[in-house]
Design a protein around this ligand. Structure first.
Ligand SMILES: [Zn+2]
Ligand SMILES: [Zn+2]
Length: 91
C-alpha cells in the first residue's frame, strides 16, 4: 500500500487570520500565524509573536477570564429571555 504514503498526514498549518501558510504559533493562544499577521510584542527581555486577537485584548489572562464569563453569561441571558417569553406566552 505504498500509494497511501502520498497522503499528507500533517496538513500545512494556515494562518488563522488570512489563511496563508503559517510560519509559527501565537505565543498566547498558539493559533498558527503567517508572517504578515503576527504582531511582535516586547515583554521585558523577550519578544513574543502574538496574533491580532491577543494583541487587541492585551492581557491574555484577564481577557481569557472575560471570555469565559461571556461564554457563561450569554447562555444564561438567552435562557432568561426564553423563560420570560414562555411565561408571557403561557398567560
Ligand atoms: Zn495571516
Ligand atoms: Zn493569539
Amino acid at each position: 500500500m505504498s500509494g497511501l504514503q502520498l497522503v499528507e498526514r500533517d496538513p500545512i498549518a494556515t494562518c488563522k487570520h488570512c489563511g496563508a501558510k503559517a510560519v509559527g504559533p501565537c505565543a498566547s493562544c498558539h493559533a498558527p500565524l503567517c508572517g504578515d499577521c503576527c504582531i511582535l510584542t516586547e515583554d521585558g527581555a523577550k519578544t513574543w509573536a502574538i496574533c491580532r486577537d491577543c494583541d487587541a485584548t492585551g492581557d491574555s489572562l484577564s481577557s481569557g477570564w472575560r471570555a469565559v464569563l461571556s461564554w457563561i453569561a450569554l447562555p444564561i441571558g438567552l435562557l432568561a429571555i426564553a423563560v420570560v417569553l414562555l411565561a408571557w406566552l403561557s398567560r
